[in-house]
Structures are given as C-alpha cells and as structure tokens.
Design a protein around this ligand. Sequence first.
Ligand code: 6PG
Length: 244
Amino acid sequence: MKRSIISCTDISDLTLRLAADIADTANRRINESGVFSFVLSGGSTPRALYRILAEPPYLDDMPWENIHLFWGDERSVPPDHRHSNYAMAFDAMICRLPLPEDNIHRMHGETEPGDAARAYELDILDFFMDECDLADEIPSFDYILLGIGEDGHTASLFPGAASLDETSRLVMPVEAPSYMPVTQRMTMTLPVIGAAKRVTFMVSGDGKREIVNAVLHDADAWDRYPAARVTAAEEVSWFTDIDL
Ligand code: 6PG
C-alpha cells in the first residue's frame, strides 16, 4: 500500500487539487469499469470541496450518471437536520448535480441506528453484488474521503471504541463521545475502509497539525488514534494545507 502526502498552500489550493484528484480517479475508473463508487466524508472541511465539484468544470466534465455516492458515517438525525452529513453534502453539492436518485446511497439517520446500519450494509452488498464474490470478499469502494478529528477519530471511529475491533460488519451503530455533535451515529468499519482502492484524508487548519503528525509519526499511533489504523488496497493519501 502506498502512502502519499500532498502539501497544499491553503484551503483553496487543497480543495482544487483534491477535486482534480477525485475527477481524474473517477474518469479513470469509469473508463475501466463503467462506475465510480465514491464515499463522502462528513464534518465541515469537505464543504468547500463539494461546492467545487458541483461547479464547472467538474459539474459538466464528470460522468455523474456513472458515479454513486455513499457516506462513511452519519449522525442519527433526519436528512434535513443541521448536523446531518447528508444534508451538508446535499446543500453544498448534490442539489446541483445531474445525479440519478438511485446513485445516492444515503445512510438513514432518521432510523434506529442498529436497523439503519444493517440496512446500509445490505445496500452496499446489493450495489457490489455484480462486482465481487461477496462470500469471501469485502466490497472495495473506489474512493473513500475521510476527515480527522483532533482526538484522532475518523468517520465515526473514536479512540478506544469497540468498533475499532470489528472484523465482519461493514457498518455499525456507535456512540460518539459527549464532546461530539450528536452522539448516536453509524459508521463504516475499518475492514470496509481498508478494502477501498483509494482512501484520502482531507485535513485543513493548524489546529490539526499536532494530531496529523502524531498519526503519521508516533510509535503508539495505532493504539491511540483510529485514523492511524486506516489502510487501503492501493493508496492512502493525505491532502492538507498544514505545514507538517
Ligand atoms: C463526522 C465526520 C468526522 C469528521 C471529523 C472532522 O461525522 O463528524 O465524519 O469524522 O470528518 O470530525 O470534521 P471537520 O472537517 O469538521 O473538522
């Protein structure tokens, strides 16, 4: 597995370079396989990226009819709630995209988390049914976008959580720490993240310099920070405007 760090000058440079990476990867994968499965991150950092993807040239140049959107995690709130990861992506991007409804695979935060997680797992398996032998393979998303919190969490995988040790479920309900907005959530697990061809962290702001350096360099990072446990089938990339 390759690991790359793309150092950007500021959030604008970061957003433009990451949008180009996503578009290039999408076009290449669609030429190869006819489809691009793209897992969106929540939080606030990706908002600027999502806006760029819904504007020219990407709005016109990306084959959106062949792109399927998924989420890496969701808070247990309705899809129009101010803390919904779906709502953030919808307002910033999806509302302007020529995306068929069937290409939007939303986690149902309005449903009981255990039921919603299982339903989402079935949605993933159904999507990949034709692509892989689900009996012995974990579905491999083309591109998973992640953020990182200052505690080293990613998606809704938090330090010390039992979810970090999950080896079979693709999606599971979790309880986030009380310092997070909305504690009831659901998240993709490390096995399905690690099966993805590309995993990219989008990180912005000096406030995250310490945690990113710790995740990348500390000897005990794997024990302490969920983001340090993230792998990928091909490459883990860090797009950041932090001077590491
Ligand atoms: C969530 C996100 C979470 C996020 C980080 C960073 O639902 O909260 O998936 O993992 O990516 O908390 O969030 P910011 O980009 O807002 O700093």
